[in-house]
Design a protein around this ligand. Structure first.
Ligand SMILES: Cc1ncc(COP(=O)(O)O)c(C=O)c1O
Length: 393
């Protein structure tokens, strides 16, 4: 009998179990919304990135269904062969207008946008200067580019400056940060980084996945929030989180976007969005422009929930966004906190090493515009109960 050549994977899984790092997928049995059912249990959902509740917004549903009726369910090709539909071009045009840039290219995901862009614009002669907590898709893009990777401590602009000053002046350099850091909910120091990029001739890039639809006027992101229009060369956004559907995009000047049309590998080698997804994203832009009250509600809920956690005495780190971590320490403690909250009717995902530092395991909470005050107060009451049980407060 043939021995299983993949047997070592089973051993790896056993080792994850021993370290309490093995994860079961929670199964969502209805719509992605603020109060929903996972694993047969009705819960207040503090784990999705559905910041504005757009996954179930009637205007997005309608646009997606109409697009299916008119254009079918798939695009049938990569963008560069037969898969560029008029609706893809319309989405890119609308996004460029929204972001106040010359042009936009849409990718299948935010992950593909980051990885595809960094790997396309850099070569092995170049260097990336990257925040220590930047997203995995940026790290993968850097690796694929084969450029040298220099990591600066989280948000430490002086350390980034020192790295850059030690590099040859004529070497091409990309300075890159997340706009909102996904595990801590804090903001990248964009104004200081833009200044540094200008001072040293770096390409400036920001990954605004968690800022899209959340920060800046009408959800235009951190570049708008900090008044940095025209000073960031490459802006990545996602259509998968606040925008409620799926996809990622790069916003910049025409040369950048045309170059990515020719060289970004996910654009060249992976099928484009189904038309319904593009239509839903266009409808989401209309919602951002016309329904400001949803964004206002997101921020009101965020302030209420954060203040509640702080009042209870939890360590919520330096979050400035609707993402609020509740630090528990070791991974086992964070996982117990998450499991106990789930039993009590609150879904807040536990996050442990290697996603975050070993002693900074946490549950991550994300408030949305569609949580009611009752939902949030219910969650706070459960946090208080379980937090006391585990002696976190
Ligand atoms: C900071 C950051 N960048 C990029 C992405 C990838 O976005 P998407 O889910 O659209 O692939 C994520 C999502 O997890 C993220 O948190």
């Amino acid at each position: 009998m043939r021995t299983d050549p993949l047997a070592y994977l089973g051993q790896e899984l056993e080792s994850l179990k021993e370290q309490n790092l093995y994860r079961h997928l929670r199964i969502l049995e209805e719509e992605q919304k603020a109060h929903t059912t996972f694993d047969h249990k009705s819960v207040v959902n503090l784990s999705s990135n559905n910041y504005l509740g757009l996954t179930t917004h009637p205007r997005l549903r309608k646009a997606a269904m109409e697009a299916i009726e008119r254009f079918g369910v798939g695009s049938g090709s990569v963008r560069t062969i037969a898969g560029t539909m008029a609706i893809h071009m319309e989405l890119e045009r609308r996004l460029a207008e929204f972001k106040k840039v010359e042009a936009v290219v849409v990718f299948q995901s935010g992950f593909a946008a980051n990885a595809g862009t960094v790997s396309a614009v850099l070569t092995k002669e170049d260097v990336v200067i990257s925040d220590a907590l930047n997203h995995a898709s940026i790290i993968d893009g850097c690796r694929l580019s084969r450029a040298a990777i220099k990591v600066f401590p989280h948000k430490d602009v002086d350390a980034a400056r020192k790295i850059i000053k030690d590099l040859p002046a004529d070497q091409r350099k990309l300075l890159i940060t997340d706009g909102v850091f996904s595990m801590d909910g804090d903001l990248g120091p964009l104004p200081a980084l833009c200044e540094l990029a200008e001072e040293t001739g770096c390409i400036m890039m920001v990954d605004d996945a968690h800022a899209s639809g959340v920060f800046g006027s009408q959800g235009r992101g951190t570049v708008d929030h900090f008044g940095m229009h025209g000073r960031v060369d490459v802006q990545v956004g996602t259509l998968s989180k606040a925008i409620g559907a799926l996809g990622g995009y790069v916003a910049g000047n025409k040369n950048l976007i045309e170059f990515l049309y020719h060289r970004a590998r996910p654009f060249l080698f992976s099928t484009s969005h189904p038309p319904a997804v593009a239509a839903a994203c266009i409808a989401a832009l209309d919602v951002l422009l016309e329904e400001q009250q949803i964004i206002d509600q997101l921020w009101e809920n965020t302030r209420f929930f954060k203040a509640g956690l702080v009042f209870l005495g939890f360590d919520t780190s330096d979050s400035e966004s609707p993402i609020t971590p509740v630090i528990a320490g070791e991974s086992a403690r964070a996982m117990t906190l998450s499991d106990r909250l789930f039993e009590e009717g609150v879904f807040a995902q536990g996050i442990a090493f290697p996603t975050v530092a070993r002693d900074k395991a946490r549950v991550r909470t994300i408030v949305t515009a569609t949580h009611t005050k009752e939902d949030l107060q219910f969650a706070l009451d459960k946090f208080e109960k379980v937090g006391r049980e585990l002696e976190l407060i």
